[in-house]
Design a protein around this ligand. Structure first.
Ligand code: ZN
Length: 98
């Protein structure tokens, strides 16, 4: 297999795997708190202790994957753009403000 074709195939394979991952698991562990939802600190005896809530993930411990976020943005924009427009003749009552 020539090198450009191999590179294209590997790029396509990586893209499809990442799309499948975004569809199967849209959320991943927060990078700052590693999925705990809070910081860990130690007390004076050296034991691990719960720290402050993570501000980046709002203490959920989850972040949305970048590919899934982009997919949601695209889908929302597409739905807004293809939503059927309301027609003027749908109103049934003659004076709706009364
Ligand atoms: Zn976090």
């Amino acid at each position: 297999m020539p090198l450009p074709a191999l590179a294209s195939f590997l790029l396509l394979l990586f893209t499809l795997c990442y799309a499948g991952l975004c569809a199967a698991q849209p959320f991943a562990a927060c990078r700052k708190c590693r999925g705990f939802g809070f910081a860990t600190k130690t007390d004076r005896k050296g034991r691990a202790k719960r720290g402050k809530d993570c501000r980046r993930c709002k203490a959920t411990g989850a972040r949305i994957r970048r590919g899934r976020h982009l997919w949601d943005l695209w889908r929302r924009t597409h739905e807004r753009g293809t939503r059927p427009t309301p027609t003027a003749g749908t109103r049934t009552e003659s004076r709706p403000w009364l």
